[in-house]
Write a protein that binds this ligand. Structure first.
Ligand code: URA
Length: 242
């Protein structure tokens, strides 16, 4: 919904700078509102009326992106390592509401990741109720023994430290140690723990799909991203629900 906001609050929430910076920019004449020089930090404005140094504000209506996470980066500030946010413009880290990844991929997992400031979209993509599957390409340490497909599909597999069994998951063999796995929920280190539960070990892990959206179709190289609206993203991820 289009709404007015204080000019200084709008710009600081979009990560442009502190409110005192906005005062300075107004004095310098760098901000216009509806074609006229801004007059006060407290001025109530619509985001699409504001130009900063002649440019429209960056994703003032919200920010969502499709991102190809590289190996070796982390999704959370609580983990050690290079943050995924280092791949985005510096200003975005200071935005409010803040960006977060939709679920997490481990440091040693690459692939398709959605990053958004839209809490509702995040919930839609992660809650098992919305039936958005996640598909992984997995390289295993040892060949499968043949029982895993049934065990993963059974809805009875219990992971170490969990009390609820995993929802049924679809395992497809692609080669001796190459498989794809479709999950309908997202638990901590789920793929690695599922293979550990059947006596195997994951050597390499990539998320290839979120619902119907494939990493391949995005043509994104590692560390690259594309911004997209929440509506368009949902059309790609869950075309049948539209
Ligand atoms: N399962 C894992 O084990 N790791 C991930 O990053 C995602 C799913």
């Amino acid at each position: 919904m289009r709404k007015t906001e204080r000019l200084d609050k709008l710009l600081s929430n979009l990560g442009y700078g502190a409110r005192k910076d906005v005062r300075h920019w107004i004095k310098e004449g760098w901000i216009s509102v509806d074609g006229k020089p801004a007059t006060s930090p407290a001025q109530k404005v619509f985001a699409d009326q504001v130009l900063l140094e002649g440019k429209q504000l960056d994703h003032a209506d919200g920010l969502t992106m499709i991102y190809h996470k590289p190996l070796g980066t982390v999704c959370s500030r609580k983990e050690q390592g290079r943050l995924i946010y280092a791949d985005f413009p510096e200003r975005w880290i200071d935005r409010k509401p803040s960006l977060s990844s939709v679920g997490r991929l481990d440091k040693e997992t690459s692939g398709l990741l959605i990053v958004t400031d839209d809490g509702q979209l995040n919930h839609q993509l992660t809650s098992p109720k919305h039936h958005i599957s996640k598909t992984y390409a997995v390289t295993l340490d040892r060949p499968l023994d043949g029982s895993e497909i049934e065990r993963f599909a059974s809805g009875k597999l219990i992971l170490e430290d969990d009390d609820r069994p995993c929802l049924p998951a679809e395992l497809t063999m692609l080669g001796e140690t190459e498989v794809s796995l479709i999950l309908h929920e997202g638990r901590y280190h789920q793929v690695r723990r599922m293979f550990a539960a059947v006596g195997n070990h994951v050597n390499a892990l990539t998320r290839t799909h979120i619902g119907s959206l494939s990493l391949q179709s995005t043509a994104l190289g590692t560390g690259e991203y594309n911004t997209i609206t929440a509506e368009e993203l949902m059309r790609l991820v869950a075309p049948d629900s539209h």
